[in-house]
Design a protein around this ligand. Structure first.
Ligand SMILES: Cc1cc2nc3c(=O)[nH]c(=O)nc-3n(C[C@H](O)[C@H](O)[C@H](O)COP(=O)(O)OP(=O)(O)OC[C@H]3O[C@@H](n4cnc5c(N)ncnc54)[C@H](O)[C@@H]3O)c2cc1C
Ligand code: FES
Ligand code: FES
Length: 450
């Protein structure tokens, strides 16, 4: 496939196999070996680059998605003679030891400072949460970012180059379909089996781990009709190709649907948030997905489209079993609709993982309820993740809580015991069943205690 992009400001015309990772093309074809491979699955940030000014993991991006985009690698950030202030600061504070993680840390730090020139220490830690260093320790890295903060810098230019779609080659091993309109995507979908690719954060890691790349891949990341957050008086429609970062950056989402915003903030780390999409999280059907419980608790409805028309399925009914959702072979997820919640609806999303960032939930909980004029709980919705093959709705606990006084003695403890009792989680590598029961109970109690 022929693609056109800019790399460090230079126009590049590349003839590439479309599903190769951007990381491999940068290193092997362009000789830009500053971008490293650590984990190959989005966990370590060693391969971080900027794509159209946003931090992304080059190991998770098929190279065809770079078409028409501006890539900046560590080589474009600065060099020995003209270092970026961050590079100088890393040297000054001793923020480098073996240096393997340093290109990724620098790219993440630059993305952070470009977005937030004077970050707090917490913001620095969050901005670098997707970058692992195994020797220096993070203290000196954080000092370096603080030292470079506020120093003006001209980021390498990232003009969008090339026009139109990439040009497939007859010998492309994988037939990548890149529609520019939804009706074309639906025709492609109807024409035969294909794997939908959006942000690639799940799929590219799976391919890298050995899942065979299918013959036909349908890219939906480029479809403008599937992107965006449309707020009306009745609610919000979130396009399936909308990223977590789009949700996090939306003041409306933070104000009206804070449980969803919090779930998005707790997904992965910045590069994954920039790449991963709402539709991908729904369709991946992982029991540990973070966004799904929030969407379910907020009465979300999945909007599926095919050439036959539109089908609407409540998120609570979308899952049939482990990694199995109600998306038919000719359909794709177009959006998720959420109603505007009552102004007095209390919402929360909690996640217990191995660490705050970049960890799959051991248990998560999205919870909503109103407290009426008499102080009684109304419209209680509790949706837990990672405690069952799909999201768990906790019907017994919910029914028990409905109408009870929020001030009733032992309410939180009794609800916690009920919730712990009504799930049948499994022991696995992330947590034991007993741990999951206890933690879920604690999260329910935490919500009720406010
Ligand atoms: C390092 C790392 C950390 C992560 N941390 C978290 C986390 O903390 N919490 C969490 O919930 N997830 C996490 N994830 C998982 C992942 O980021 C999400 O599931 C993401 O939302 C998937 O979206 P995507 O666009 O990248 O999907 P893709 O990888 O492109 O696709 C995933 C699946 O969805 C299907 N699909 C995509 N779009 C559509 C559509 N429109 N219609 C139908 N099917 C579609 C694809 O065919 C595929 O089966 C993490 C992933 C990584 C790599
Ligand atoms: S190599 Fe680890 S995130 Fe890409
Ligand atoms: S300096 Fe060696 S891994 Fe970070």
């Amino acid at each position: 496939m022929k693609i056109v992009c800019t790399v460090n400001g230079q126009r590049r015309e590349l003839d590439v196999r479309p599903m190769r990772r951007l990381l491999d093309v940068l290193r092997e074809d362009l000789g830009l070996t500053g971008t490293k491979e650590g984990c190959g699955e989005g966990e370590c940030g060693a391969c971080a680059v900027h794509v159209d000014g946003r931090l992304m993991n080059a190991c998770q991006m098929p190279v065809f998605q770079a078409h028409g985009r501006g890539i900046v690698t560590i080589e474009g950030l600065g060099d020995r003679d003209h270092p970026d202030p961050l590079q100088a600061a890393f040297v000054e504070t001793g923020g480098v030891q073996c240096g393997f993680c340093t290109p990724g840390l620098l790219m993440a730090s630059r993305a952070l400072l470009n977005a937030s020139p004077q970050p707090t220490e917490t913001e620095i830690r969050e901005g670098l949460a997707g970058n692992l260093c195994r020797c220096t320790g993070y203290g000196r890295v954080i000092e370096a970012v603080q030292l470079a903060a506020g120093v003006p810098v001209v980021d390498a230019p990232a003009p969008v180059d090339g026009s139109g779609l990439p040009v497939p080659a007859p010998d492309d091993a994988v037939h990548v379909l890149i529609p520019d309109r939804l009706d074309q995507a639906l025709a492609d979908r109807a024409a035969g089996p294909c794997t939908i690719l959006a942000g690639g954060t799940d799929l590219m890691a799976a391919f890298n781990a050995g899942l065979p790349v299918p013959d036909r891949v349908l890219d939906v990341s480029c479809l403008q009709e599937l992107r965006g957050i449309e707020v009306t008086a009745a609610g919000v429609r979130i396009g399936s190709a909308t990223s977590y970062s789009d949700l996090i950056d939306s003041p409306d989402v933070t104000r009206i649907w804070p449980a969803m915003a919090e779930a998005a903030r707790l997904v992965g780390a910045p590069a994954v948030q920039n790449m991963g999409t709402v539709g991908g999280n729904l369709a991946n059907a992982s029991p540990g997905a973070d966004l799904v419980p929030a969407l379910a608790a907020l009465a979300g409805v999945v909007v599926l489209v095919s050439r036959q028309g539109e089908r609407r399925v409540p998120v609570t009914e979308f899952y049939r079993g482990y990694r199995d959702c109600d998306c038919r072979p000719d359909e794709l997820i177009a959006a998720v609709d959420l109603p505007t919640p009552a102004p007095d609806l209390r919402q929360a999303f909690f996640k217990a993982g191995t660490r705050r960032a970049q960890s799959i939930a051991r248990v998560n909980l999205a919870a909503c309820a109103r407290i009426d004029g008499q102080g009684s709980l109304r419209d209680v919705r509790l949706v837990a993740g990672s405690v069952a093959p799909t999201i768990a709705l906790l019907p017994r606990t919910t029914a028990w809580l409905e109408g009870r006084a929020i001030s009733a003695p032992n309410l939180a403890d009794e609800a916690a015991a009920l919730a712990a009792d009504e799930i049948t989680p499994i022991d696995d590598v992330r947590a034991s069943a007993a741990y999951r029961r206890t933690v879920l109970g604690n999260l329910v109690a935490r919500f009720l205690r406010g």
